[in-house]
Design a protein around this ligand. Sequence first.
Ligand code: PEP
Ligand code: MN
Length: 340
Amino acid sequence: MIVVMASHATKEQIQDVESRITDWGYGVHPIYGAERTVIGAVGVPEADKARYMESLEALSYVEQVIAILRPYKFASRDYRAEDTIIDVNGVKIGGNHITMMAGPCTVESYEQTWESAKACREQGATILRGGAYKPSTSPYSFQGLEVEGLKILRDIADKLGMQVITEVMDLRKVELVSQYADILQIGTRNMQNYDLLREVGQCKTPAMLKRGMSSKIEEWLQAAEYILLGGNPNVMLCERGIRTFETITRNTLDLSAVPAVKELSHLPVIVDPSQGTGKRSLVLALSKAAVAVGADGLIIEVHPHPEQALKDGAQSLTCEHFAELMQALRPVATAVGRTL
Ligand code: PEP
Ligand code: MN
């Protein structure tokens, strides 16, 4: 359940409500807002809710107590009505501005990452993407440069004034990857790796949780809940396409998920049209569509020489394509009242 404090509630009164909840043996998750404070009570059994709700509602400094019926509490709009804006060292994700994350699928070398990053930065991307640990369907394909890849990303991002997003696959590497990354990417294959989600919940680094390729929106939001419950409030979601019967595209990019999630949740939503389509020729159209349906950002694969890419060459844009994409997106962003 969620306790909405009255706008005039004092610090002591907020503290009083928190102690009542902890004295009953339940956890508290407060959000101290500028306008008012909202306190989430965690672990209250269904059978006892009505009784506790009544006793809190009787307090003059409590405005309302809401029982959350959804299976995700902290990810829900009931808990937080306003959109969450995540501040990644000054780059804001989730506000009016659309955030562009771009770079190679995989960090293959310093030069390849530099060429891609430089072109993306020049066009307005503020977050550099690139995999150092790559989840591969085939154990024979390239698995990533690992720590060397992390160092390359960090060095280049610092030189260009960008933030780094990169995937962490293993819960034992969360601390290590956090030393180099500004945003931890949790890949589609790991959306249901609950130990990894818990570990990312324990750290302070913002996280981007990709939708499992066979996951329902509700399962995806429950996965986000694992991270939020751990105490990391900086979670963004990423729609990257789901498995359907279709084979012309690599995945079916479910753009209906963007407005659907925004109704249910306050978390920012990013769209990945690269994994979402698997085809370079479709990335531009789906990027425009993503902006039109309300995405807060895009993550795009860009390779200086896609034909030589070790991974995902067919869906990678060239640096020139990326420049064209940015040009084409601007009027769409303006049309929906956003900046790019
Ligand atoms: C990627 O971003 O390169 C990637 C592997 O993403 P996903 O987990 O969505 O397949
Ligand atoms: Mn990729």
